[in-house]
Design a protein around this ligand. Structure first.
Ligand code: HEM
Length: 395
């Protein structure tokens, strides 16, 4: 078998044929650095469901980010019991009622952005639609004032690249990640102090109150959590709106079907999430002897789950490389784009609501939308994959 090159920048625009060739050749592929890449749906789903496939080994060592100590990591990168405690506290802000309460804000933001977008003949859909929507929503949720939003663009892109496995990052990218974490924490330390003095109706105030009521979480844990919500809730959603729109523009029959079919939106975005997963990989570490894909692993062994390959596995999905917006109108296996198990995306309901409102409005209000060029440049990120810009013609 030739070496796997699917993470190389030259394949960012379309890594799927590389994933497919690897998945057909083997369920498990050794990456440089001794980490195994898991290619098939059944094995990826099994690993996500097994808590002994943790974020660090049995001694708390994380081979994917050895330079980051436990106190710098948000709960996405922690194991029980810390993960359980922190996720439990934040979950209170993600109840169905809380998410439904964000609908008016999402609808008015989408309306405003689309009205501006449609006034232009041509525009970059990333810059003027996919990017500002989730940024405004997450900032509103956290209580970050509008004037501070631009700060987050830079931090968030450094953190998004920083999610890639350590060995794929250059020293300067690792530095940028560390600086973004420091700056983000400093910003939230400041905001936290302001909200302690004068609470508002936002998540920073709500969690500050939880911290004050007892020693359930430390200030550092709180700041890491804010940074996680900001970065986890932002770049991923940008990526789904941008990649989802591109997939529709390349499949005009499906785009027309969406436009003609009332109530297709929730099913359509589920299929787009399967077809173009914003988070292409997930990393796990064995916390003791484990078996996966017929192979024995021991404490400290790292695996990278190729979620984007699992979602296109023909053993799980019929005709997996076809974009079929009606797929989830029928029973179909759950895709792994929001993961599975204890780290299942806490913001999945919010992401679904945002993407559904945004894309349904775009599909219906921009009937003449077309791609200006197929020549798109992609960010170097492996995990959170998207193009830098998506130029579209609107009339
Ligand atoms: C299309 C958008 C999104 C996608 C595709 C996505 C995907 C994911 C995935 C795959 C994970 C698990 C990663 C792993 O197990 O290694 C995750 C975790 C998480 N996501 Fe999302 N996400 C999205 C939007 C959001 C939003 C909007 C928020 C919050 C505002 C959010 C908050 C989180 C949090 C807090 C976790 C950590 C959960 C835990 O460790 O228990 N995500 N997300």
């Amino acid at each position: 078998m030739t070496a796997f090159a699917g993470f190389d920048l030259e394949y960012r625009a379309d890594p799927y044929p590389q994933y497919r060739a690897l998945r057909e050749a083997t369920p498990l592929y050794q990456l440089p650095g001794g980490v195994s890449l898991v290619t098939r749906y059944e094995d990826c789903a099994a690993a996500l469901s097994e808590t002994k496939w943790g974020r660090a080994d049995a001694n708390g060592f994380n081979p994917f980010a050895p330079e980051l100590s436990h106190e710098h990591l948000p709960f996405l990168f922690l194991d029980p019991p810390d993960h359980t405690r922190l996720r439990g506290l934040v979950s209170k802000a993600f109840t169905p009622r809380m998410i439904a309460g964000l609908r008016p804000l999402i609808e008015s933001t989408v309306d405003e952005l689309l009205t501006e977008l449609l006034a232009a003949d041509e525009a970059d859909l990333v810059e003027s639609f996919a990017y500002p929507l989730p940024l405004r929503v997450i900032c509103a949720m956290l209580g970050v004032p509008a004037r501070d939003r631009p700060l987050f663009g830079g931090w968030s892109s450094a953190l998004a690249r920083g999610l890639d496995p350590g060995p794929l990052l250059s020293p300067s990218e690792r530095d940028a990640r560390a600086h973004a974490m420091q700056d983000g924490k400093a910003y939230f330390r400041d905001l936290l102090a302001k909200r302690r003095a004068e609470p508002a109706d936002d998540l920073v105030s709500a969690l500050a109150a939880v911290e004050e009521q007892g020693d359930v979480l430390t200030e550092s844990e709180l700041l890491n959590t804010f940074a996680l919500l900001l970065s986890g809730g932002f770049e991923t959603t940008v990526s789904l709106i941008a990649n989802g729109t591109l997939a529709l523009l390349r499949n005009p029959g499906q785009l027309a079907l969406w436009r003609e079919t009332p109530d297709l939106a929730p099913h359509a975005i589920e299929e787009l999430a399967r077809y173009e997963p914003s988070v292409q990989i997930a990393a796990r570490v064995a916390q003791g002897p484990l078996k996966l894909a017929g192979h024995a692993f021991g404490n400290g062994d790292g695996i990278v789950l190729l979620l984007a390959s699992a979602n296109r596995d023909p053993e799980a999905f019929e005709d997996p490389d076809r974009l079929d917006l009606t797929r989830y109108t029928r029973p179909a296996p759950a895709h792994l784009s929001f993961a599975k198990g204890i780290h299942f995306c806490l913001g999945a309901a919010l992401a679904r609501l945002e993407v559904e409102i945004a894309m349904d409005a775009l599909v219906r209000r921009a009937p003449g939308i077309e791609l200006v060029t197929e020549d798109l440049t992609y960010l170097p990120n492996v995990s959170i994959r998207r193009m830098r810009a998506l130029p579209v013609r609107l009339r």
